[in-house]
Write a protein that binds this ligand. Structure first.
Ligand code: F6R
Length: 607
């Protein structure tokens, strides 16, 4: 799961490659590297850690050349060291790779037996040796690359340069995405259009199995069967401008504060404010007759799906199943004939989510997607797509993408309910009014920032934190725990409040902060009892509720944060804001890397 870029042109390649890598850093930041052709010779520079470290290496030891490839890594095979950083190279060929070569061990054993000496612990290095094997048998670079690629199992997007071939970059893909940029007297390869955005607007995407030969004059593409093919070139709308943090100290905080605006932007494209009617773009699904909806996602997007299940079932009476995409793929799912599968993803590039949606389609389901990145693979592949209008999300921890996903899902649930005839116009207007109020109410919640910052002191010092909730509040609890652990590294768990007594209550002692998500809805009494149970055992509760809930139980809690009273339908969107802010402030107090936490990447493009 990495970002790759390639360039062949007239200008010095190095600054262009570094700039492209910065745009791809969301795909991983364990190490970075470049290789260029300098008077026909392969030269490379690599550094462990972020691209800034590579820039420091280049400042000491610059790299010339107008043909080159670059890589930013999220380690899969081998530690994030310089030795394992891409490009992997020898005197003949340099290779950058995004994906996983599943048969690398077998290939490596054969190559070692043939006398090849490996320098890294990566799966990628087998490609260098395979290509070298075929070059030394006298094959031309394109033939050698095609032969090598034919032996690989797994998922990959590759870019390669060859010693003595200054007018050639070879790319190949299977599973992982690869875009070609057409410039004037220059050609580019990149993991996505964003990497290439400042270089050219003319983009084409390779199909699975394609191998491309780039020269300064253009691209020659062969498909998996070896046939010469053309892939359509489109004008991309992706804008590659650098996104600033404004006056905020971190992207994550800026993105938390953008939520009233981006939820409003998202609503504007789905709800008519005058008639309070939901109007969705045409989707190839008849919700009136839909027998089953399968939701597929990972991480925070999966939490949005969990919340949506409550909505689709209670409001629209649609039978719904929710799966973690990586589990769905391997559990032989039985799906209803004529059903639909809806994948939810910020990036639209998450490998597991993509593969799960492809499987659902193979199983006869209409493939739908909710994505934030309009030109992502998921958006391009789905039969119907709804966009969240969160704008670019840079912080690795998802915030505004998550709340805008909930916004779209809420609108979709209302539209499905209307189509199925299970709500009347009055109820639709009431639900739409509730969701239309959300931007203003989220802005109110943000006013508790200073208080949440104080409460974060206790969280930051904790060795373990629990989040409890029921119904949609349970999914918010899961999201709160995920946010906290990914940016503070404090073990945190979210539990269905009613499940505590079946085991987790044994964890409770005086030292574990427990955040209770408890809007005064129909489940309030039940959650309240569970809260009493943990308090009775010495638990210190941070109570998130509305005025009524705090009036009733606030005295029992160590601290309370008052969330505006809203229709229970939209409560999960509001209750997400305090758990985001608690995690953010706790991370700042602990001094972790808030926007790029260790071991993570913004877009998870490997299985
Ligand atoms: C958590 C987070 C991840 C993503 C997950 C899915 O803060 O950001 O859990 O939600 O990797 O990513 P997308 O939505 O891009 O498919």
């Amino acid at each position: 799961m990495c970002g790759i870029i390639g360039i062949i042109g007239a200008a010095p390649a190095c600054p262009i490659l570094v700039d492209g890598l910065k745009r791809l850093e969301y795909r991983g930041y364990d190490s970075a590297g470049l290789a260029t052709l300098v008077v026909g010779r392969i030269e490379r520079r690599r550094a462990e850690g972020k691209i800034a470290n590579l820039e420091a290496v280049l400042a000491e030891n610059p790299l010339s050349g107008t043909t080159g490839i670059g890589h930013t890594r999220w380690a899969t095979h081998g530690s994030p060291s310089e030795a394992n950083a891409h490009p992997h190279a020898n005197a003949a060929v340099a290779v950058v790779h995004n994906g996983i070569i599943e048969n690398f061990q077998t290939l490596k054993e054969t190559l070692v037996a043939e006398g090849h000496v490996f320098e890294s612990a990566t799966d990628t290095e087998v490609i260098v040796h395979l290509v070298t094997r075929y070059l030394s048998q006298g094959l031309a670079p394109a033939e050698a690359a095609t032969r090598a690629v034919g032996e690989l199992a797994g998922a990959f997007a590759l870019a390669m340069i060859f010693a003595g071939h200054s007018d050639l970059v070879i790319g190949a893909r299977r599973g992982s995405p690869l875009a070609i940029g057409h410039g004037d007297g220059a050609m580019f390869l990149g993991s996505d259009a964003l990497a290439l955005a400042p270089l050219t607007k003319r983009i084409c995407y390779l199909d699975d199995g394609d191998v491309v030969e780039l020269t300064r004059d253009g691209a020659i593409i062969h498909d998996q069967a070896g046939a010469l093919v053309e892939r359509p070139i489109r004008e991309t709308a992706v804008i590659g401008d650098a996104i600033g943090k404004g006056n905020f100290s971190h992207y994550m905080l800026k993105e938390i504060y953008e939520q009233p605006t981006v939820i409003g932007d998202t609503l504007a494209s789905f709800i008519n404010p005058a008639s309070l009617e939901v109007s969705l773009p045409d989707l190839p699904v008849d919700f009136a007759a839909l027998p089953h909806l399968q939701l597929l996602a990972c991480g925070s997007s999966w939490h949005a799906a969990l919340i949506a299940r409550y909505w689709f079932e209670s409001i629209a009476r649609v039978p719904v199943e929710v799966d973690i995409a990586s589990e769905f793929r391997y559990r032989a799912p039985v799906l209803a004939e004529g059903g639909a599968a809806l994948a939810i993803s910020q990036s639209g590039e998450t490998a597991d989510t993509l593969a799960a949606l492809r499987l659902a389609r193979q199983l006869g389901q209409t493939a739908l997607a909710i994505v934030n990145v309009a030109e992502s693979t998921l958006a391009r592949e789905a039969d119907g797509t709804l966009l969240t209008h969160a704008g670019p999300e840079v912080g690795v921890a998802s915030t505004k993408a998550f709340t805008t996903q909930m916004t779209v899902l809420a609108c979709l649930a209302i539209a499905a309910a209307r189509a199925r005839g299970v709500i009347d116009h009055q109820r639709e207007a009431a639900l739409s009014a509730a969701i239309t109020e959300v931007p203003a109410r989220v802005a109110e919640v943000l006013r508790h920032d200073a208080k949440l910052k104080e409460l974060a002191e206790e969280i930051a010092a904790a060795r373990h934190v629990l989040f409890l909730g029921r119904g949609t509040g349970y999914a918010v609890a899961l999201e709160g725990a995920l946010k906290l652990k990914e940016i503070t590294y404090i073990p945190a768990e979210g539990f269905a409040a009613g499940e505590m007594k079946h085991g987790p209550i044994a964890l409770i002692d005086n030292d574990i902060p427990i955040i209770v998500v408890a809007p005064s809805d129909q489940l309030f009494e039940k959650t309240a009892s569970n809260m009493q149970e943990v308090i009775a055992r010495g638990g210190r509760v941070i109570f998130l509720s509305d005025a009524e809930g705090i009036e009733r139980l606030g005295d029992l809690a160590a601290a309370s944060v008052e969330i505006p009273a809203v229709d229970a339908f939209v409560a999960p969107i509001l209750y997400t804001i305090p758990v985001q802010l608690l995690a953010y402030h706790a991370a700042v107090i602990r001094g972790t890397d808030v926007d790029q936490p260790r071991n993570l990447a913004k877009s998870v493009t490997v299985e």
